[in-house]
Design a binder for this molecule. Sequence first.
Ligand code: PHE
Ligand code: CO
Length: 295
Amino acid sequence: MVTPQRLENQLTDKGYVPVYTTAVVEQPWDSYTATDHEVWATLFKRQRELLAGRACDEFIQSQEAMGMGAGAIPKFAELNRLLRDSTGWELIGVQGLLPELTFFEHLANRRFPVTWWIRKPEQLDYLAEPDLFHDLFGHVPLLMNPVFADYMQAYGCGGVKAHGIGPEALAQLTRLYWYTVEFGLIKTDAGLRIYGSGIVSSKGESLHCLDSAAPNRIGFDLLRVMRTRYRIDTYQKTYFVIDSFEQLFDATRPDFTPYYDQLAKQETIPAGEVLASDAMFNRGTGEGWLTDGDV
Ligand code: PHE
Ligand code: CO
């Protein structure tokens, strides 16, 4: 496999992270090895089995509609034909995490950056940065959902704006992304289901977020979420539950400028804290929680 071009480390709210070239790259599909395809197949089968009855129907149905399967690493160009016709999104290949503003600008134009390389067989359970499995298996299916597709674009526009306002606004908006796009749960008639990409692409967290007594599960409240710190190296201490993608999009539709002013006067909330005003689904036992390390 071609080696991704890592440039240097850059200090972000997630510590030092590798920064790659921001260029859009052609997915080097022919360079994937048999091992790369096997890693995809193993992870794909494992997660799909685990996600039956755990992921929301919209996720599973969209993934099927895109024709993603265990057979081989999907070709971005093929997925793009379907995506363009359904919601007008387009996947672009990238080397890895992008600088925030570049990322927001892509989303604002309905372009979703997908890391082209896949993890190694010894990294099936955990890896510190997004790879092709996380991005493609985790994020791409819901881009077929019209409401979620619009939410992601609006988030990108909001990101460009928050970036111009300042680092606090950006941190608050990033918390929203974390607790919805990456680690969101949704309430359905059949019970709580997963829609967050960081969960669906992780075996451990797919189980933990629904089956463990440790975490809090709290009804979604925009300003509460934007104040809540989070975990990057352990399972989440708290998950926020939306009623529907419409609820999420409606709550985030207003101009956030006054929200940022209001939030500037308030403290952040530790990842595991429960407030009297929270709409609780479950209060977590806190078992196994590390006391520090919220970002
Ligand atoms: N409405 C938000 C703003 O004005 C943008 C946004 C939309 C943010 C959807 C997140 C999700 O900043
Ligand atoms: Co992600």
